[in-house]
Design a protein. Structure first.
Length: 129
């Protein structure tokens, strides 16, 4: 999990796109592992505390990435850095979770909307990116 925090710190320093966070949040392997940890956290308070602490660190890091990427961007007029960070991870993560169990209604439309928001925030995706 610390790999994500390191990746987001590099993204902040290099000005990498918000698409990095979007892709990370929608990774099915990572999402499946998260679901397993959440199930374990439901029964073990130590695991719950560790996951909660990590989630807060990850959200702070992602909020910094959002702020760095949207500092002079019109998307900030729509929402705060922390709300944008929340939405940026929740949409692809929920899609990945539902796809783990075979549900997919509305997913393609949500992905198109998410990509439009990323394009609105960052401009068109560069080839190979």
């Amino acid at each position: 999990m610390d790999h994500f925090l390191a990746q987001m710190s590099v993204a902040t320093a290099s000005g990498a796109s918000l698409r990095t966070a979007w892709a990370y949040a929608g990774d099915q392997t990572g999402t499946a592992l998260t679901v397993e940890f959440l199930a374990l956290a439901n029964r073990r308070s130590e695991v719950r505390a560790a996951i909660g602490e990590y989630a807060e660190r990850a959200r702070r890091t992602l909020t910094q990435v959002v702020g760095a990427n949207l500092a002079d961007n019109r998307m900030l007029a729509l929402t705060s850095d922390s709300t944008a960070a929340f939405m940026l991870t929740c949409i692809p993560r929920l899609i990945a979770m539902e796809e783990l169990v075979g549900a997919d209604r509305g997913h393609s439309d949500a992905m198109v909307a998410g990509r439009k928001l990323l394009e609105f925030a960052e401009g068109p995706q560069k080839l190979g990116g």
